[in-house]
Structure formats: C-alpha cells, structure tokens
Write a protein that binds this ligand. Structure first.
Ligand code: ADP
Length: 255
C-alpha cells in the first residue's frame, strides 16, 4: 500500500445556492496517476482548484502530504490556516490549466524561471539551470528566448507544464489541458504528460475528456457526476465493465 499524498474528507463546496461538490471522500497515493472523468459542470475543476488553494471547501477537510491544507489543528479544534501555511502547502502542488496563462511579456525562459526565483528564492543561474532542464524535457530547449505569442498552442501548453514542473511539486493537477488545442496539437502535449507520468515520482490528478488517454495512463479512473464520485476503479473496470447506469450513459458518448 503506498503512502497517501492527498486525502479529501467529506468535502463539500457551494457557490451561493449551487452545491457543486456534495461530500467527496477521495485518497490519492504518492506517485499515483488518477484520472477524473465526468460530465461538464460536475465539479471536476473545482476539485483540482481546491488542492491549488484557489477555492476553499465549504465543509470538510483536505490533507496534503500529511498536513491539513486549509486548516490547522489547535489542540482538538480545527482552525483556518494562515497565509503562510497556505503558501507553503501551495508549493507542493503544480497545476496546468486549459488556457495556458503564460506571462505574455516574458520569454519562455522568463516564464519558467519566475516562480523559482520569486518563490524559491533561487539565484538567476540556479533558476535558469532548472528551467532549461525542464524545457528540454518538454521538447522546447530551442525556444528559450521566444515570446509566447510566437508559439503554437501545443508549445504554449508545454511551457505551462515546464513552469509547473520546475517547482518540483508532489502532486500535479492537469485540468483539461488539451481541450483548447487544435486536434493536431493534442498528441504532442499528451506525449509530454505521458513521459512525466512514466518517471513515476509525482502523483497526478488528470481531469480529462480524452478517454483513450485516461485508459492508458491512469492507475485509477474516478467518475464524478452531480457533485459525487459515482464510480471508481482501474481503467479496465471503468471502461470495460462500468456498473452504474450513469457511467454507462456517459461512456456511450465516446464510442
Ligand atoms: P467541471 O470541471 O466538472 O466542468 P466545474 O468544477 O468547473 O465543473 O464547475 C462546477 C459548477 O460550479 C458549474 O456549474 C460552474 O458553473 C460552477 N462554478 C465553478 N466555479 C464557480 C465560481 N467561482 N463561482 C460560481 N460558480 C462556479
């Protein structure tokens, strides 16, 4: 049994009247690759954004790397964590979004060195050394001095992946990272994610509509709908013999 890196304990999340997550219990093991699938609007992004501390649970707790993410313990009581704690915890997670969110006024190298310099306080030379290694890994070693506007969507997304990886997170959240790409650019991005997954060290939460990809890369597939985890299991079970009516209906759309 591997060590648990992420644990959602009865997490709910509402936006005003809308209850988006209705009691999520989910554990992800260190190094585990978990794919999250499900209809639009079922709360998948919100689940990922909470790990990145971009959304706060309405109720319930999240543990990350053995510590509470949004709270801290004060004796027997749970109290809200302060900014310093959140900041430290946030650095354990890397997130890549559907839209690349690169800094347009910075070069590729500038985009990837920004956080190591500002957050980790690395020297320029150290940050650049790390950043170049990551950019080579994602196949962009020849684009260091180029600005985002000069890159294709697939290249931009690979920069975004390098920018998250350079912080050496324990967990990577990939949120629909190929949804905004032209179909011919999807493959190059999935290939990079595949290579990172093969290295095995990091846990990954892959929110995706790419069912083939989920089937190949994931140790476990989690099907969420209407704010709940409806079914989860190894890819061959989820795709090969789905139990719930809801999942069976959902998968028909991809046949
Ligand atoms: P999914 O990723 O499964 O498509 P999301 O987590 O993006 O689902 O969204 C779930 C629901 O929550 C949607 O109805 C969405 O409109 C709503 N929602 C997400 N973020 C916010 C927000 N910041 N404010 C209000 N509603 C939100």
């Amino acid at each position: 049994m591997r060590e648990t890196i992420v644990k959602y304990n009865d997490v709910t999340k509402s936006f005003g009247e809308l209850e988006v997550l209705k009691g999520i219990n989910l554990e992800i093991g260190a190094g585990e690759k978990a794919a999250v699938i499900g209809p639009s609007g079922s709360g998948k992004t919100t689940l990922g954004r909470m790990l990145m501390t971009l959304e706060e649970p309405t109720a319930g707790t999240i543990e990350l790397d053995g510590e509470l993410l949004w709270h801290r313990r004060d004796g027997d009581r749970l109290v809200r964590a302060n900014e310093k704690h959140l900041h430290r915890m946030r650095n354990k997670v890397g997130m890549v979004f559907q839209h690349f969110n690169l800094f347009p006024h910075m070069t590729v190298l500038g985009n990837v060195t920004e956080a190591p310099r500002k957050v980790l306080k690395l020297s320029k030379a150290e940050a650049e050394e790390r950043a170049v290694a990551m950019l080579v890994k994602v196949g962009l070693g020849d684009k260091l001095d180029v600005y985002p506007a000069q890159l294709s969507g697939g290249q931009k997304q690979r920069v975004a992946i390098a920018r998250a990886l350079v912080m050496k997170p324990k967990v990577m959240v990939f949120d629909e990272v190929t949804s905004a790409l032209d179909p011919e650019l999807v493959g190059e991005v999935l290939e990079v994610i595949w290579e990172i997954a093969e290295e095995g060290e990091m846990a990954m939460l892959l929110i995706t509509h790419e069912m083939e990809f989920a089937r190949e890369i994931a140790d476990r597939v989690i099907f969420g709908a209407d704010g709940l985890i409806v079914e989860q299991g190894p890819p061959e079970q989820i795709f090969g013999s789905p139990e719930s009516e809801r999942l069976q209906q959902f998968l028909k759309r991809f046949r």
